[in-house]
Design a protein around this ligand. Structure first.
Ligand SMILES: C[S@@+](CC[C@H](N)C(=O)[O-])C[C@H]1O[C@@H](n2cnc3c(N)ncnc32)[C@H](O)[C@@H]1O
Length: 231
């Protein structure tokens, strides 16, 4: 089966791989995805007070939401994702009881304007159907002066021999298929990176959605993942 850019396909894919998603992540990133989230959450929470209200958008199996609570135990964390199965896997995890997880689509979030002090989103925005619309939704639900931190695999400005030519093209589909049994999902992952926009282009989209200050940086190793901060 192929996975197109349609929301239903993407949701169905995450529903199918939900129970093996974490294992594939840890293996494919050699555990570095945990460090990326930890670092991005630290950046998000800096200066947001002791009990901020935070949204984790495309929260999946709740690793980001749980990390927010680990770093700021009095935070009030809402987790939104349109794949019920991903949230269900997350709900079984230690620390998830305090997370208000809700099935919701990034294009039409069920939250009031400006209700969040900050928002976090890891590896979700590459999958949304209407990026400009989702960015506007994110801007709408975060209060003026609040902050968003997006963690993502953006299309590299220049093709990287090891990461694009070997790892993403060959290793990732093989390992992803072996762990989840889902070949299409792990063909979709590198294809979605290659078909996405660059970090700099994404920063411009956030600015167009109304974020006044936007900055981004690439992360170790190999600038594979990047984080973008919007205020
Ligand atoms: C690669 S996973 C990332 C999960 C989690 N944030 C993490 O760091 O592991 C992407 C998640 O985004 C969700 N997602 C994709 N498009 C979405 C949309 N339009 N609305 C809500 N969730 C979406 C998927 O269901 C999936 O759980």
């Amino acid at each position: 089966m192929s996975v197109s850019a349609s929301g239903a396909d993407v949701r169905g894919m995450f529903e199918r791989i939900a129970w093996r998603y974490d294992r594939a992540n840890r293996l494919l990133s050699a555990g570095v995805d945990v460090l990326w989230r930890r670092r991005a959450v630290r950046l998000l929470l800096a200066g947001l007070g002791d009990s901020p209200q935070i949204l984790d958008l495309g929260a999946g199996t709740l690793d980001g939401a749980i990390e927010i609570l680990r770093q700021r135990p009095a935070a009030r964390v809402c987790a939104a994702d349109f794949a019920r199965g991903m949230l269900a896997v997350g709900r079984r995890k230690k620390g998830a009881a305090q997370v208000a997880a809700q099935v919701a689509d990034a294009h039409a979030l069920p939250y009031r304007d400006g209700v969040f002090d900050g928002a976090f989103s890891a590896f979700c925005v590459r999958n949304v159907r209407d990026l400009a619309g989702a960015a506007r939704e994110l801007r709408r639900v975060v209060r003026p002066g609040g902050r968003v931190v997006i963690l993502e695999f953006f299309r590299p400005g220049r093709r990287r021999l090891f990461w694009d030519g070997l790892y993403n093209a060959r290793v990732l589909p093989l390992v992803g298929r072996a762990v989840t049994g889902d070949a299409a999902a792990y063909r979709y992952l590198p294809a979605s990176i290659a078909g996405f926009i660059t970090r700099v282009e994404f920063e411009a989209r956030l600015a167009a959605a109304g974020f006044a200050e936007v900055s981004g940086s690439d992360l170790f190793p190999g600038r594979v993942a990047s984080q973008v901060v919007g205020r």
